[in-house]
Write a protein that binds this ligand. Sequence first.
Ligand code: ASP
Length: 301
Amino acid sequence: MYAIAIHGGAGGLPRQQLPSEQQRRYHDALAAALDCGYALLEAGGSSLDAVIAAVRLLEDDPLFNAGRGAALTREGIAELDAAVMDGSTLRAGGVAAVRHVKHPIELARRVMEKSRHVLLVGAGAEEFALEEGFELLPNAYFRTAERRAELDLLRSGQHVSELVPAPHGTVGAVARDEHGNLAAATSTGGMGNKRPGRVGDSPVIGAGTYARNGACAVSATGHGEYFMRLVAAYHVCAAVEYRGLGVQEAVRETIHERLAGLGGRGGIIAVDAGGRIALDFNTEGMFRGARDSSGRREIGL
Ligand code: ASP
């Protein structure tokens, strides 16, 4: 059994309030990323390649808060965070607060594979990107008019309107390949109107991203500070591994008891060693998709 699940962020407005044209755009973008990752698994590719490919596509799409179209700091700059973890080796790589890297998830993978480190931030991460031959782009590439409008609303203390259906919009993917290897990847612009230098849960291994063969692979989205305090992604894996919970129960408990108990909001996707998928959230919605080799294929907003 091979399987992949993706998310495009949790939060936002109820689906009924999204104009149908917007719903279609989100649906199509999620389907493209899901199918791209799935095609790699189907061809015998690794879960690591599948999650990177799916996240990379979503980073390119300005609809989502990752790569181009990232949420902006209170100073109007895009600062991007991403991480990847290989459940078969427990190797992991992350980058945080990068401003010029087109595909932060690719840089996170490079940190995992080519540096002696797990997490590189800011100028040091970009120096590494240059050394590794990554093309660096002006920050303006990432900033869209929609995110600028969102920032203006957030700064004036108003709620984000239908202009921006998903105030979060982080992207992530988890997969199990035919060899039973698990992998997780997450990429984000973080919270809109954040302080420069703020780093959320996504690039922090164990908080927003985690994978361990035999347990599960996890990617989170939502109010990162809460996920960090709970070490939420690792919590899901630990609940599966040490308490024997099913992956759906482990995710349910983490979201609806632990996260909600602290007052946090968000969602989690996970896949376990048997290819079972969990997708859960305590926000109005979560952009999500799931596909596996038993024939399941679904997209949800
Ligand atoms: N979890 C991300 C962060 O706090 C935001 C999100 O998921 O939308 O940086």
